[in-house]
Write a protein that binds this ligand. Structure first.
Ligand code: NAD
Ligand code: UD1
Length: 342
């Protein structure tokens, strides 16, 4: 069993992954400044993991841009880092690009330098399908051009570049860049889930807030896309499948020779906005009123992963379909209508 540092481990994907890694027997330090999360998520991770595994989780409140915080969190015996900490809102990245370069790029650079000092050279990095921009080929293979169209995407592409330069410069690095498609859903207990600040930008949290009565109606961005029903198609991945993908990546990196992996984590299945609405209504028993409005700038018609490389190299594939994503998302939303503040 390994000693792992999880940056951003209190967040949506980090908290679910922390639980899966604790259940696998690993010991964790979570480094988070709680700027987009709450310590309550980690208390619930401990509750779900049970007392024995919970004792293997240490929390350091701190910032990935601080060398001192990183040193405290890394110590001298960390085997691998799973790096979630970062900013992730596309619109905000257009308004505040320097914040995205600072946290996502400079923060990652600080982390890598601290890992060098601590003698830890194993890293799983949260990348994003956003760096494919408007894709030319669907399903999208990892060999597709990296052509981001917003500062958030540029920041992810820059970190991937930094990681490949680093791996080429120094032997011994074991790195997995995981390009997530659209993570959604929640832990089936309803105790962990996504808790966005303010009005959600993304489809799933918006739909679930309509279903629970926090918002009146969904705006469907475009009804004239070249898709079967005219609404946008995405590759939604259950956050528990994503968490299990991280566990697989950690296992593979630690077991095999040094390597740099770049992998899509998606299901390979596309679902339209209107399909998501119907599936959420069925899972929740609630109506989700919507109106079709203009397209959102920067959107693609269809983005779906080619997930075959991850299946081959991680021996991992998604297990949970759209109805389970909606069922578990609803379990979380209905039990925690105001998120962790409920
Ligand atoms: P999140 O905002 O819920 O989690 C990020 C965590 O990082 C939060 O707990 C936040 O407090 C912490 N954090 C932010 N800045 C920090 C800093 N300077 N120092 C320490 N901690 C800091 O987001 P998430 O959805 O869990 O995403 C996790 C990672 O996955 C991010 O890097 C994101 O870009 C990437 N990603 C997310 C999605 C998605 O749809 N959610 C898709 C692709 C990639
Ligand atoms: C968005 C980001 C992407 C980021 C990802 C995960 C953009 C252009 N892309 O992806 O960079 O990695 O989130 O955080 O912002 N939709 C509606 N109504 C809504 C919200 C969304 O119809 O209120 C539609 C969108 O047009 C799209 C689908 O739902 O067709 C999914 O949207 P969203 O959840 O925002 O994800 P992406 O756009 O795929």
């Amino acid at each position: 069993m390994a000693q792992l540092l999880i940056t951003g481990g209190a967040g949506f994907i980090g908290s679910h992954t922390a639980l899966v890694l604790l259940e696998a027997g690993h010991s964790l330090v979570v480094l988070d400044n709680f700027q987009n999360s709450s310590p309550e998520s980690l208390r619930r991770v401990q509750e779900l993991a049970g007392p024995e595994a919970a004792a293997k989780l240490r929390v350091v409140e701190g910032d990935i841009r601080s060398a001192a915080d990183l040193e405290e969190a890394l110590g001298s015996s960390t085997d691998a880092v799973v790096h979630f900490a970062g900013l992730k809102a596309v619109g905000e990245s257009v308004a505040k690009p320097l914040a995205y370069w600072d946290v996502n790029v400079c923060g990652s650079r600080q982390l890598l330098a601290a890992m060098q000092r601590a003698g830890c050279r194993t890293l799983v990095f949260s990348s994003s399908a956003t760096l494919y921009g408007i894709p030319d080929v669907v399903p999208i293979p990892e060999s597709a051009p990296v052509q981001p169209i917003n500062p958030y995407g540029h920041s992810k592409a820059a970190v991937e570049r930094m990681l490949s330069d680093l791996a080429a410069s120094e032997p011994g690095w074991r790195i997995a860049c995981l390009r997530y498609f659209n993570p959604v859903g929640a832990h089936p207990s309803g105790r962990l889930g996504e808790d966005p600040n303010g009005i959600p930008n993304n489809l799933f949290p918006f739909v679930s807030q309509v279903a629970v009565g926090r918002r009146n109606r969904l705006s469907v961005f475009g009804g004239d896309w070249p898709t079967p029903d005219g609404s946008g198609v995405r590759d939604y991945i259950h956050v528990m499948d994503l968490a299990e993908g991280h566990r697989a990546a950690v296992d593979v990196l630690l077991a095999e020779d040094p390597q740099l992996l770049t992998l899509n984590l998606g299901s390979g299945q596309g679902h339209s906005v209107l399909e998501v609405v119907a599936a959420f209504e069925a899972a929740s028993g609630q109506a989700v009123p919507y109106e079709v409005v203009a397209r959102r700038p920067g959107d693609a018609a269809t983005t779906v992963a080619d997930p075959s490389l991850a299946a081959e190299l991680l021996r991992w594939r998604t297990q949970r379909g759209l109805s389970q994503m909606c069922r578990d998302g609803w379990a979380w939303q209905s039990a925690n209508p105001q998120g962790y503040a409920s």
